[in-house]
Design a protein around this ligand. Structure first.
Ligand code: NAP
Ligand code: SF4
Length: 679
């Protein structure tokens, strides 16, 4: 890797965040816990996982928690997922713990039994049931299996200790097995593991007591406690407090906060969720127990974390995805380099969405994440003079990495600002985090001495003297012809989001891909933006901030849209099917609440002063709209490769200039990074 040359002046802006945490038998170097994430590395070569965690330990995180490791086969998230059940598997884990300790880090292994979320025909749960997000019905556990499972947790923790872990985290939230025992929603038992709360708590408490007895007193036990289930028939606040107290008495070292079950209908981590949206939940617990408390969800920058700790909401903050985006987020905070942080924008596109598709996780803004042994940006020994045309996602990632490796890079941008499509995305309510990507690249261009030429349309004449030419000229919106439409009443998404042309009170959006949804979101909002206001967000999504109802749910408030909107597509599939697996629900629910009418299987027939005539399922229908907005995908924008090639100059194409088909920011940044790593 390239040595860091920037200022290393120690920072005192984050006194609470960077303060060590004394646990009695050991001390954590600061208040940042890298939260558990399944990355897909758990099932492969342990050296890849070791490299992944070692890099984060080198970045000075206080405590790492691994992705979930099953205590037995029925606890697997999916077939052949990571488990720790015997001495042979200890060797695999030792490679990871040794790599982290070599960097001076501390690491806990998370023990996760998936319960009825297991993607297995032999999934088990307290009572026979099927979750709404799993195709498999889980078998109710007979009493002896409950006892065996407790023993499996204890054995797994003991093996983790032998493997060199500094502790374990018991996954007791998000709707997994332990959480399922706690609530009547999933626990219908009448034996000693069900019915009264005393009985429903018995399963986690016996696990904790058994583990503490087995591992002794100088081993960290973190318990991830679901503090707000966000599902019907979840725990009451009183029950959660009782459990927290009993966990403390039973030997837990730290309580971590869990927010919402996976099947909850409230987005809790996506980019539309305000920063630090749920720390008030942890705050409610603060005066109830005396062991350290960790808070979590949508904490992605040090100043956000510092504020949370300064106002006393928690003793530590958990950040998970921000460590995919930037392994050095803590180090940069320590060294006064927070303006260099590559911020997690909470898009889920390369991390959670990959995991749900059974692919290795990575990060939209950092394609090296989880590829530490494969994608490296080493100093070049063949310095070249490189021209890059286009300062959008692919051009920026290429230019900054190539320059960091030692090449001389000139970046031409026709517009007056960098960012390309990021400047469109950042306009959309709930996508404000895109400002951070632009901030990051602005700083990175300075640090890597890229010669940035704004307001400059690159010509063949300007380019031909360079050793290498990289065309990252992006895309142009696809135009479609509709009978009767004219320029005044047909807009493109750029007209709306970039040029801010006036939009009428009744509109139809043609094309329901990511951009169609973005435009619908943009046009259906008015007043306070819920992504920027925690109380407004909770009201809109029906979260009861007093947690007086079980599960913390209440009726969502009605939201008014300033206009009547149709979002249309030609395909017969469900509208929004192509969106990210983990975010599509939130997009659809937000638009439904704003009364946006989503329609599939449309044929666009004619558009005139009466409106848009469509045919759908064999019937014609007139949508009385004044304007239509075209969001029908993109075409490559590449006017330079042909003239350059005609005079014998080879070019590299990346991003939209290469292909606009299925292109998004994740692919564009990855293409730029991969080319820059080898040029
Ligand atoms: P897209 O996802 O390809 O969607 C284009 C839409 O236009 C489709 O709904 C398509 O559906 C329709 N369409 C295509 N050709 C058409 C034609 N000739 N006439 C009428 N309709 C046509 O493209 P996009 O929305 O422009 O997004 C571009 C990229 O950015 C995508 O990869 C997208 O995933 C990504 N993006 C992602 C997000 C996100 O939140 N994850 C947000 C914004 C953008 P029918 O053919 O069924 O009509
Ligand atoms: Fe964050 Fe998106 Fe990267 Fe996931 S892919 S870590 S959500 S920036």
């Amino acid at each position: 890797m390239i040595p860091k040359t920037q200022s290393k002046k120690k920072n005192n802006k984050y006194p609470n965040l960077l303060k060590p945490l004394d646990l009695g038998f050991t001390t954590l170097k600061n208040r940042v816990l890298m939260g558990s994430m399944h990355t897909g590395l758990e099932e492969g070569d342990p050296r890849k996982m070791a490299a992944f965690y070692a890099e984060r330990a080198r970045g000075q995180v206080g405590l790492i928690v691994t992705g979930g490791v099953a205590p037995n086969r029925s606890g697997w998230v999916k077939p052949f997922a990571g488990k720790l059940t015997n001495r042979k598997e200890v060797k695999f884990h030792r490679i990871i713990t040794e790599a982290v300790h070599k960097e001076g880090g501390k690491i806990c292994m998370q023990i996760l039994h998936s319960g009825r979320y297991a993607y297995l025909p032999f999934a088990v749960a307290p009572s026979t049931s099927k979750s709404p997000i799993s195709p498999f019905k889980a078998w109710g556990m007979p009493g002896f299996l409950v006892r065996w499972t407790i023993n499996d947790f204890i054995r797994s923790a003991s093996l983790a200790q032998k493997a060199g872990y500094d502790g374990i985290e018991i996954m007791g939230s998000e709707g997994y097995l332990i959480n399922e025992f706690l609530v009547t929603r999933t626990n219908k038992r009448t034996d000693k593991w069900g019915s009264s709360y005393e009985n429903r708590m018995r399963f986690p408490l016996e696990i904790v007591k058994g583990i503490r007895k087995k591992v002794g007193s100088d081993f960290i036990i973190v318990f991830r406690l679901s503090m707000i289930d966000l599902v019907q028939d979840g725990s009451s606040w009183e029950e959660i407090v009782i459990l927290a107290k009993r966990l403390e008495e039973s030997g837990v070292t730290i309580i971590n906060t869990g927010i919402g079950w996976h099947e909850a209908r409230v987005p809790t981590i996506s980019t539309r969720v305000p920063r630090a949206a749920f720390t008030w939940v942890t705050r409610k617990m603060k005066d109830e127990i005396s062991i350290p408390l960790v808070t979590t969800n949508r904490i992605n920058m040090p100043e956000v974390a510092e504020k949370i700790l300064a106002r006393g909401d928690a003793d530590m903050v958990s950040m998970a995805r921000p460590f995919l985006a930037d392994p050095d987020i803590v180090l940069k905070s320590i060294e006064n380099r927070e303006d260099e942080i590559n911020t997690c924008i909470a898009c889920n596109q390369a991390c959670l969405d990959h995991i749900f598709l059974n692919k290795k996780a990575s990060c939209l803004v950092n394609p090296r994440a989880c590829h530490e042994t494969e994608l490296n940006y080493l100093p070049t020994n063949n310095k070249k003079n490189i021209a890059v045309v286009g300062a959008g996602p692919s051009g920026l990632s290429f230019a900054t990495i190539a320059a960091e490796r030692g090449h001389l890079v000139t970046l031409f941008e026709e517009q007056s600002e960098i960012g390309g499509q990021f400047n469109i995305a950042k306009q959309v309510p709930g996508k404000e985090e895109f400002h951070e990507i632009i901030r990051y690249y602005t700083r990175k261009l300075e640090l890597t001495n890229v010669k940035l030429k704004l307001n400059t349309k690159a010509t063949v004449e300007m380019l031909k003297e360079f050793d290498e030419i990289v065309l990252a000229t992006g895309i142009s919106p696809r135009k479609i012809k509709i009978e009767g439409g004219n320029e005044k009443n047909i807009l493109s998404y750029l007209d709306v989001l970039k040029y801010k042309k006036p939009v009428g009170k009744k509109v139809a959006i043609l094309g329901a891909g990511g951009i169609g949804f973005d435009v619908a979101e943009y046009l259906s909002h008015q007043g306070v933006n819920p992504s920027q206001d925690i109380k407004e967000y909770m009201k809109e999504w029906g979260v009861d901030m007093t947690i007086s109802n079980r599960g913390g749910l209440t009726k969502p408030v009605k939201v008014e849209s300033p206009r009547e909107i149709y979002l249309l597509q030609r395909k017969e599939t469900k509208v929004g099917k192509g969106l990210g697996k983990t975010t599509a629900f939130g997009h659809r629910a937000s638009l439904t609440r704003r009364n946006v009418k989503m329609m599939n299987a449309c044929t666009y027939l004619k558009f005139d002063e009466k409106g848009l005539l469509i045919s759908r399922k064999g019937k014609q229908q007139l949508l009385e709209v004044d304007q239509i907005i075209i969001c029908a995908g993109q075409l490559p924008l590449n006017h330079l490769s042909q003239p350059l090639e005609e005079i014998g100059i080879n070019v590299h194409l990346i991003g939209g200039a290469k292909s606009a088909d299925k292109l998004d920011a994740k692919i564009a940044i990855r293409q730029g990074s991969e080319l820059a790593a080898k040029i």
